[in-house]
Write a protein that binds this ligand. Structure first.
Ligand code: ADP
Ligand code: MG
Length: 368
């Protein structure tokens, strides 16, 4: 019998299980990729759902684009955290928006879109540019289309519109993107990491600075209040992440993820207790660990292709390399590197050296 079964055997499952290992917690996984899944080095990866839902004492999931019925099948005989409600809300962009609004959390204005005339109407109400997103199954900018003028209408509709519910959102010209990672245990204790600043390239996270530069206390307080409302509303157990737009005047919620998040990978080296260990602690009924930072971190995603010169990356004093054991493919997250030190100035020169080692240096522009 395994202590924890994780739906999904990707890099998040892999990093969750490597945080669980030193705590004496053994994990197994469910993933259609079986032994090819990145998490397979840490425990068995089931492809048979029936065997998986009887293999562990409790369950969690590493991604929200999963059919809740699958998770429900584990919930019949064992506890599942963060639970089915959180999964149902966060996998569905309209339910997510309704939840934000019901709790008074500001978000970009939006309209549901089922037909081409709904889309025309959304343009009239929300204006252009406008972003059209699939209601379910989107990630890393997939399932999205940005309409910049009316001429894009048919192309947007042909790309996304045929048989799936969509949501149109007003385009936010944000100053920067921020995210906040929280954790809550079964007794209702919660803890928050500092806000971090995220830079995306082609819809995919490129790099994260932790804590966010020029972080004012009232911004942190505001973001924590939003997350706190969400944690309580969903009676949440585990790590919950909120992605936000900072417009300079407002903090607008973009989306939330019921799981450990790419913008929290820095916490492995950059916080006293990482997001992965804290998620494990919360779902396994162990006391939460400190979310306090160790100095400053810069996390850089390795997307599509790996740097050819592994030795040169390892030669960078403040760099910590994490590879996910995945086949290279355009747009795929293959690993990450975290720079960590007391001050960002200790590693800025190394980050520029890294830029030259990356196959796609355009994606990583830490000085901009
Ligand atoms: N309404 C919007 N206004 C401006 N940029 C947006 C908007 N929605 C999404 N984006 C951009 O696209 C990225 C990915 O969108 P997001 O809704 O977070 O979907 P995903 O599930 O793919 O992460 C965001 O991080 C942001 O950079
Ligand atoms: Mg996102």
């Amino acid at each position: 019998m395994f202590d924890l079964g994780i739906f999904g055997g990707g890099q998040l499952g892999r990093m969750l299980a490597s945080a669980a290992l030193p705590l004496g917690i053994r994990c197994c996984f469910w993933d259609p990729l079986g032994a090819q899944a990145p998490a397979s080095a840490l425990g068995p990866v089931f492809t048979d759902l029936e065997a998986f839902v009887h293999a562990a004492g409790r369950y969690t999931y590493e991604f929200e684009n999963i059919d809740p019925a699958l998770v429900q099948s584990a919930a019949k005989s064992s506890p599942v955290y963060p639970g089915i409600t959180a999964l149902e809300i966060t996998r569905h962009r309209i339910q997510e928006k309704n939840t934000f609004e019901s709790l008074g959390i500001p978000t970009a204005s939006w309209k549901p879109v089922q037909t081409l005339s709904d889309l025309e109407n959304a343009i009239a109400v929300l204006g252009l540019p406008l972003v059209l997103k699939t209601v379910t199954s989107g990630y890393d900018g997939k399932g999205q289309f940005v309409l910049r003028d009316k001429a894009d209408l048919n192309r947007a509709w042909d790309t996304l519109g045929t048989h799936q519910p969509l949501i149109a959102e007003r385009w936010i010209s944000f100053r920067r993107e921020l995210s906040l990672i929280s954790v809550r245990d079964r007794q209702g204790n919660s803890a928050f990491y500092p806000l971090v600043e995220n830079t995306h390239h082609q819809g995919i996270l490129s790099f994260t600075r932790a804590p966010a530069p020029n972080l004012q206390a009232d911004l942190q307080r505001q973001a924590q209040a939003y997350l706190n409302a969400l944690l309580i509303h969903m009676d949440y157990v585990g790590v919950l992440t909120l992605e936000m737009f900072d417009t300079g005047e407002h903090l607008l919620a973009n989306e939330m993820a019921p799981r450990v998040h790419n913008s929290g990978h820095w916490s492995i080296e950059g916080a006293h207790c990482s997001q992965f260990e804290n998620h494990i602690r919360a779902v396994m009924d162990l006391p939460l660990g400190s979310t306090e930072c160790r100095g400053t971190s810069l996390m850089v995603n390795l997307v599509g292709e790996l740097p050819t010169l592994k030795a040169s990356v390892l030669a960078l004093k403040h760099a910590h390399l994490h590879l996910y054991d995945k086949q290279a493919r355009p747009g795929r997250k293959l690993g990450h590197i975290t720079f960590q030190s007391d001050h960002a100035r200790d590693f800025e020169a190394e980050a520029l050296l890294l830029k030259d080692l990356l196959p796609n240096p355009m994606a990583f522009n830490p000085g901009a």
